[in-house]
Ligand binder design. Sequence first.
Ligand code: OFO
Length: 168
Amino acid sequence: MDKRLEKAFNDQINAELYSEYLYLAMKTYFKKANLLGFANWFDVQVQEEHAHGMGMYEYVLERGGDIEFKAIEKPEMKANDILGIMEEVLNHEKWVTSNINALTDVAEEVKDRAAISFLDWYIKEQVEEEANVSKLITTLKLIGDDKHALLMLDKELATRVFNPPVIG
Ligand code: OFO
């Protein structure tokens, strides 16, 4: 594997593991608030991000590349309310999308057809991630200050389950 592409993959593995860590911090916020459906929704996010990182980890190794272990940054949650946290999630996912696009650009520059095809899964996944969070934000705006509706949404989010993705 081209060294520049290998570095870009390693940066993205770090970003996926950072996402896992960030969503773990958010899950903790909801556990402490006793909104266990939201906590479950974030738990699924945590597992998904881990799977995204590991998917790239396995791929780099399969291609004979090296894994570079770097520090995972402290997760920074700026918001302190439900809508604000979800808006932070959307912004974070948009940042991840731009990183995946940049990684794909590198794969294109070095003409690595196999890597471009592998990254296609991640590009599609980001569309879904952004859409899911956007829908939740719309629902939260509709709910406003209605505590009963919020608890109904919490119940619905408790039903989300993690389905291990088949990557690539
Ligand atoms: Fe890995 O998709 Fe979210 O960050």
